[in-house]
Design a protein around this ligand. Structure first.
Ligand SMILES: Nc1nc2c(c(=O)[nH]1)N[C@H]1C(S)=C(S)[C@@H](COP(=O)(O)OP(=O)(O)OC[C@H]3O[C@@H](n4cnc5c(=O)[nH]c(N)nc54)[C@H](O)[C@@H]3O)O[C@H]1N2
Ligand SMILES: Nc1nc2c(c(=O)[nH]1)N[C@H]1C(S)=C(S)[C@@H](COP(=O)(O)OP(=O)(O)OC[C@H]3O[C@@H](n4cnc5c(=O)[nH]c(N)nc54)[C@H](O)[C@@H]3O)O[C@H]1N2
Ligand SMILES: [Mo]
Length: 641
């Protein structure tokens, strides 16, 4: 007889789906748990977890580096070594000699508990900002004081128009698609501002193609047009701090110069203006791609200003949104409170190692694969090599794990619990149960950090704290138990708050100047999440780059040709090339999340501590004669170590 459990997709995906997991004789099936109304189906990458837990590519034993190879060892021995090395480093150089690097591998709440042993030791160094949305969030916070929240329910019930600013929901937020059909069915309209045709531009009514990084200029042109024509929301002035200064700034701008930066003709821009003004409230639905530039924060400030002028404060359905804090209901009493921390920018921390006192002697990487997902692979490898002891906790032997001294396999969410997660899209919380036992030499991550804590004589044990967290959340009266592990929360809404206000921008960013070569734009794709591409259907396919047909002609390239991309840092990557109509000029597009790609991206930190991946420039060279690449290099499209 099979058994049914309730769980949740662990992915860093806005949809945060509720899972119903059936286990029968060791066979696992993952289905939609419709108690969460937006979980209408489970996508292939969520379903893959049912196989992934049994995949041969999974780590099943701790590994200790011995020269160029790894030796398997028992969990207890691995924890002894970890505790001994960590204890010795802290004793010699103090707590800040430990660096904790945590990524977005799993969004379960228990991941927040892992730092407790380090906090109890006195503190640690860690990253500041994220590889993901911190530039855009900084722009929203500067404008509104917070990252504004609009519920899915309000969007679906009240928005008359949705304008996607680069947000490619048809690949990256599939559970929104049925809701878009609902919005359309009641007469709502969909539009997009993009730099290339996407699955999302294919489904909206209208889309406008702009130059990369030019959203702020388009938004400024639209703001100016609204004010000059007297068509801005009549109430906007009462919700901003210095409307006069904003108007004065806009009155000094030149329409033609603004539009030139965007690549739109004045006719196209006026079409967009008319479209925004057709009727009813507009939600500006911002993406992550448009803030992966040095001025990503400013793009969000200007889209925010436009949202205020198009009536975001006027009534339900008007808004600007991007994401929100999926950890909002994590019990504050369980946050690690280290006496000391030092945060270094997530995209450039490794460049600062040399000057640090105390030096970093011990690196812990968990839920992250920076050697694949963070910029400047080569620089990071150099930094890793300079750190005496490095521990990586993961499900598979990633690029990052391979560069560490000790690798600890972790249990998956199906093998650990009860645990909880929230969403950066909807307002539900999900409680997951353990469904399976982990493989014999694999432990839940909280147990590994708990084992570390016990060996160091510490009291804050993450495994015990996870139980405390479960008790606190079960007793939380602000959560409504809907059954089957789904809890609803009446999340405070920003736009309907009468106190909510905005501070509008008073300058425009410098226009992006091309720095020679093509701008490399990397995008998220439907079939896998972030860097977790190892078991995706296309894992063995060559990486495919997209160029405009004109660019292909200029270079004498045909679909399927092999080319080498060489970045300004001298690093190269071999890919296949294919023409795509409708791409913005001067760019080459690749899917993110594949090994070797971030060898090309420079270590830059953008205002708000984001990672401006799209400030990467490459030259192209045809590789008709392929000499010498090994079969493995061939398959992954990698160009070298
Ligand atoms: N299936 C799947 N879902 C995911 C993810 C995944 O990897 N796979 N990742 C999750 C995570 S962590 C994130 S952060 C989100 C990302 O979600 P999205 O923001 O939807 O995805 P991106 O591909 O980063 O960027 C979206 C679009 O921005 C466009 N773009 C690039 N530059 C500009 C610009 O200057 N202006 C404008 N207007 N558009 C521009 C790109 O062409 C791209 O189509 O998706 C989440 N959901
Ligand atoms: N060039 C380029 N690079 C990008 C992007 C881009 O658009 N272009 N997008 C960026 C974005 S938006 C993001 S969010 C980052 C994501 O990059 P990361 O934060 O590194 O996230 P992932 O690659 O999803 O997952 C990291 C690792 O976590 C592991 N993992 C899964 N579950 C667990 C667990 O329970 N415990 C532990 N210890 N490990 C687990 C996975 O196996 C995986 O190896 O990538 C960024 N990198
Ligand atoms: Mo992300």
């Amino acid at each position: 007889m099979g058994k049914t459990f309730f769980s949740a997709c662990p992915h860093d995906c806005p949809d945060a789906c509720a899972f119903k997991v059936d286990v029968d004789g060791g066979k696992v099936r993952i289905e939609a748990n419709g108690r969460l109304p937006w979980t209408t189906f489970i996508c292939p990458k969520g379903k893959r977890w049912a196989k992934r837990v049994f995949d041969a590519g999974r780590l099943t034993s701790p590994l200790l580096r011995r020269g160029e190879t790894f030796l398997p060892l028992a969990v207890d021995d691995a924890l002894d070594i970890w505790a001994e090395r960590l204890g010795r480093t802290v004793e010699r150089d103090g707590p800040l000699s430990v660096f904790l690097y945590q990524g977005a591998g799993s969004l379960y709440f228990s991941k927040r508990l892992l730092a407790h042993p380090l906090a109890e030791l006195g503190g640690y160094r860690t990253t500041r900002g994220s590889l993901c949305g911190s530039a855009g969030n900084a722009g929203l916070r500067e404008t509104f004081g917070v990252v504004p929240v609009q519920s899915v329910e309000t969007l679906v019930a009240s928005a008359r128009a949705l304008l996607f600013w680069g947000r490619n929901v048809a690949e990256t937020s599939l559970h929104l698609l049925p809701l878009l059909r609902k919005i359309r069915a009641r007469g709502g309209r969909l539009g997009a501002v993009e730099i290339r045709p996407t699955a999302t531009t294919a489904l909206v009514d209208r889309w406008w193609r702009i130059h990369p990084g030019s959203d702020a200029f388009l938004a400024a042109w639209l703001c100016r047009a609204l004010l000059v024509r007297g068509l801005a929301s009549p109430k906007w002035r009462s919700r901003v701090d210095d409307g006069q200064a904003f108007e004065t700034f806009l009155s000094g701008l030149d329409d033609e110069a603004l539009l030139e930066r965007t690549g739109l003709s004045s006719g196209e821009a006026r079409d967009l203006l008319d479209w925004l003004l057709l009727d009813g409230p507009v939600t500006h639905y911002g993406g992550y791609g448009l803030q992966r530039y040095l001025q990503g924060k400013e793009s969000y400030r200007w889209i925010s200003a436009l949202a205020v002028l198009t009536g975001a404060f006027d009534g339900p359905g008007g808004a600007v949104l991007m994401g929100k804090d999926e950890m909002a209901r994590f019990p504050a009493s369980l946050l690690p409170r280290p006496a000391e921390t030092e945060r270094l920018p997530v995209a450039t921390w490794h460049e600062r190692l040399e000057g640090l006192t105390p030096p970093i002697g011990h690196l812990i990487v968990t839920n992250a694969n920076p050697l694949q997902q963070a910029p400047d692979e080569k620089g990071l490898r150099r930094a890793f090599a300079s750190i005496p002891f490095k521990v990586c906790l993961d499900v598979t032997l990633t690029e990052t794990a391979r560069a560490c001294d000790l690798v600890l396999p972790v249990a998956t969410f199906l093998e650990e619990g009860p645990d909880w997660r929230g969403s950066y899209w909807h307002r539900y919380l999900l409680r997951s149960q353990a469904v399976l036992d982990p493989p014999p030499s694999v432990r839940p991550e909280t147990a590994l950090f708990g084992g570390l804590a016990r060996r160091l004589g510490l009291k804050r044990d993450p495994e015990r704290l996870m139980k405390e967290m479960d008790d606190l959340l079960l007793a939380d009266e602000s959560l409504e138990d809907l059954g089957d592990g789904v809890y609803a929360w009446e999340e405070p809404q920003f736009w309907s708050d009468p106190e909510a206000r905005a501070v509008l921008p008073l300058f425009l960013p410098e226009p992006l100047s091309p720095r020679g070569g093509l701008r490399l734009v990397t995008v998220h794709v439907a079939s896998y999440i972030n860097g977790q591409s190892w078991d995706a259907p296309e894992a063995d396919d060559p990486l495919e780059a997209r160029l405009t047909p004109a660019e292909m002609d200029r270079r004498g390239l045909a679909d399927g040709d092999r080319i080498r991309l060489t970045a300004q840092n001298g690093q190269g990557l071999d890919v296949e090339v294919r023409a795509q109509e409708g791409l913005s000029e001067g760019i080459v597009v690749l899917p993110q999340g594949r090994p070797g790609l971030n060898a090309l991206t420079p270590p830059l930190s953008s205002p708000g501590f984001g990672a401006p991946y799209h400030e990467t420039f490459v030259s192209i060279e045809a590789r008709t004669e392929r000499k010498g690449p090994t079969e493995a290099e061939d398959r992954t499209g990698r160009s070298g170590p």
